[in-house]
Design a protein around this ligand. Structure first.
Ligand code: DX5
Ligand code: ZN
Length: 225
């Protein structure tokens, strides 16, 4: 699921113009987007309300690329089978949203998806400590989840660095993803801190040229900071 460069850009359709979803997805794919990120919000774990299995199925009809599903919902286990059937590739949930974190991570893999755990800015890395071997992806939230277009929290850089150390200490090859406020100004620092997978919504879809923005984000990763 890599593109060879070791960097994955995952546009979040939360910020897409949904009246032109197919066109916007084609634009980011033309720019070399590696994954398509879907933010599932239930109005409880986060205040906002967004998409479900029908959005995943619609995107699956538009691309063979991995569909990276980020569940900001309580009891994410309720969506395991339906999201897998709809064509989700990565199933990432928040540990506070469920009781049996390890059980759910294992169940995600049994469904043939990559298992991801997401940590809010206020959530300690220790929440991942006991389950590193069960992770295919660790998502460090770089804003408080719920809405697109927020500002990258600078404290994230140190947390990304520590997350990279945690994965390395366990010999884990899990993806280290960041999500929230990723722009051409913030991506290089997040990459330098150790992130390899970058979600971006607003920066890409409000840019006027989503394909160019995807290419620019990838290029900025390679700038030394
Ligand atoms: C935030 C979501 C993000 C969001 C990122 O709650 O998890 O995936 O779409 O949007 P930007 O890139 O606009 O901060
Ligand atoms: Zn997200």
């Amino acid at each position: 699921m890599t593109n060879g460069s070791g960097i994955r850009i995952a546009p979040s359709v939360l910020s897409a113009d949904l009246s032109r979803l197919a066109e916007q997805v084609q634009q980011v794919l033309a720019g070399g987007a590696d994954w398509v990120h879907v933010d599932v919000m239930d109005g409880r774990f986060v205040p906002n309300l967004t998409f479900g299995a029908n959005m995943i199925a619609a995107l699956r009809g538009l691309t063979d690329k991995p569909i990276d599903v980020h569940l900001m919902v309580v009891e994410p286990e309720r969506y395991l089978e339906s999201f897998a059937a709809a064509g989700a590739s990565v199933f990432t949930f928040h540990p506070e949203a469920t009781v049996h974190v390890q059980r759910l991570l294992a169940a995600v893999r049994r469904q043939g998806m990559l298992a991801g755990l997401a940590l809010n800015p206020g959530s300690p890395l220790q929440l991942a400590d006991e389950v590193v071997a069960d992770l295919d992806l660790l998502l460090i939230m770089t804003v408080n989840p719920g809405f697109g277009g927020q500002t990258y929290l600078p404290a994230s850089n140190d947390k990304i660095r520590r997350a990279r150390e945690l994965l390395a200490a366990h010999g884990s090859r899990a993806f280290l993803e960041v999500d929230g406020g990723i722009t051409s100004h913030t991506i290089a620092t997040a990459h330098a801190a150790g992130a390899d997978t970058f979600v971006a919504g607003n920066a890409i879809f409000t840019s006027g040229d989503p394909a160019r923005e995807v290419r620019d984000l990838r290029r900025r990763c390679l700038v030394t900071v």
